[in-house]
Design a protein around this ligand. Structure first.
Ligand code: NAP
Ligand code: ZN
Ligand code: ZN
Length: 349
């Protein structure tokens, strides 16, 4: 027995999203069944449905910034109750036994299952994401949404939030550090908020959109650099300890590498369709600089991030939209015209 639920899907890389019915498995002994209330739109959803990563399967139901209420739980589930508000991010399963899983780093598990574009072992079918009325996941992958957080503004924390919080913590953003953030979109605006909340001395936004500089200051940035302005970029050379680069398109990493101080690190979290232009090796050598990458975060750290948000009053800046506006939202995301995360009100599906 399975349940058929309403969803929104793309049927090909070039078709818009539209109504679709999908199957959800029954709630098993370790599962929770969730009525989805809100789902954020990540730029990864756009890359995925347009097959920019060559991993799309159609119908493609995206969505991995899910918040909803538990409608049923399996007999073995502890720590969750029917009626609780929970979140689901990019992962719905992993092996739970490998070294990565044992260290609460499920994002690196070679058998982890994506919320979409993964494989549901019970149904023997692809997984479908959060642009849908309901989802069933192993309870380990359901995060508690703390009381104080607005559920709609919390949805983007499940991907944009953890993807920026995790590298900021790993590379020590905090007092004594000057942090740069490249790109003010869904991920970038969370990176600015987190870097400020973690107590970084300076938070510098790099943007291609001059009007976003003032916005970034309201979000916690100390200053902004318009990256298309050569003089402003020159003035930023050799000033930063850490850069979180969220840009969704390929660009010249060398321009930002120059902004690192000795031993500085630039962490790439953007996942563009085409490769970046990399800096000359000599520029890395003579600064002992590093360029790193970071994918989402583990379940334990995602819960820590949600609790941190409740404690510090951090949430996403959202534009709540009905499902009928989803294709328009995709076009605006591609034009960098998002302030700063679209969230779908699932009651409109
Ligand atoms: P987004 O909301 O579209 O923001 C990306 C921002 O990058 C834009 O707002 C824009 O900011 C800047 N930008 C876009 N095109 C640019 C270009 N051609 N040159 C320079 N800057 C450009 O996207 P998002 O949802 O934050 O996602 C960002 C990227 O991270 C995507 O590639 C996504 O797939 C990836 N991602 C990775 C992970 C992970 O685990 N590592 C998780 C989630 C998402 P300005 O207007 O300020 O320039
Ligand atoms: Zn995402
Ligand atoms: Zn594992």
């Amino acid at each position: 027995m399975t349940t058929i639920v309403k969803a929104f899907a793309a049927q090909s890389a070039t078709s818009p999203l539209g109504p679709e019915n999908i199957e959800r498995r029954d709630v098993g002994p370790n599962d929770v069944g969730i009525d989805i209330l809100y789902c954020g739109i990540c730029h990864s959803d756009v890359h995925f449905v347009r097959n920019e990563w060559n991993n799309a399967a159609y119908p493609a139901v995206p969505g991995h910034e899910i918040v909803g209420r538990i409608h049923s739980i399996g007999a073995n589930v502890k720590g969750h109750k029917v009626g609780n508000m929970v979140g689901v991010g990019c992962l719905v399963d992993s092996c739970r036994q490998c070294v990565d899983c044992k260290e609460d780093l499920e994002q690196f598990c070679s058998k982890s299952v994506g919320t979409y574009a993964g494989f549901d072992k019970v149904l023997n079918k692809p997984t479908y994401g959060g642009y849908s009325k309901q989802i069933v996941v192993d309870s380990h992958f359901a995060l508690r949404i703390p009381e104080g957080l607005d559920p709609a503004a919390a949805a983007p924390l499940l991907c944009a939030g953890i993807t920026t919080y995790s590298p900021l913590k790993k590379w020590g953003a905090g007092p004594g550090k000057k942090v740069g953030v490249v790109g003010l979109g869904g991920l970038g605006h969370m990176a600015v908020k987190f870097a400020a909340a973690l107590g970084a001395d300076e938070v510098v936004l790099f943007t291609t959109t001059p009007s976003k500089v003032e916005d970034a200051k309201k979000l916690g940035a100390t200053s902004g650099v318009v990256s298309t302005d050569k003089a402003q970029m020159r003035a930023a050379i050799n000033t930063l300890d850490l850069i979180i680069n969220t840009v969704a398109a390929s660009h010249d990493l060398g321009e930002y590498n120059k902004c690192l101080k000795r031993d500085g690190v630039m962490v790439l979290v953007g996942a563009p369709e085409h490769e970046h232009k990399w800096p000359p090796v000599m520029h890395l050598l003579f600064k002992r600089a590093s360029i790193a990458g970071s994918p989402i975060g583990g379940i334990l750290e995602t819960q820590e991030m949600l609790d941190f948000c409740a404690e510090k009053g951090v949430a996403s800046e959202i534009e709540l939209i009905p499902m009928s506006k989803v294709n328009e939202a995709y076009e605006r995301i591609v034009k960098s015209d998002v302030r700063y995360r679209f969230v779908i009100d699932m009651s409109t599906l």
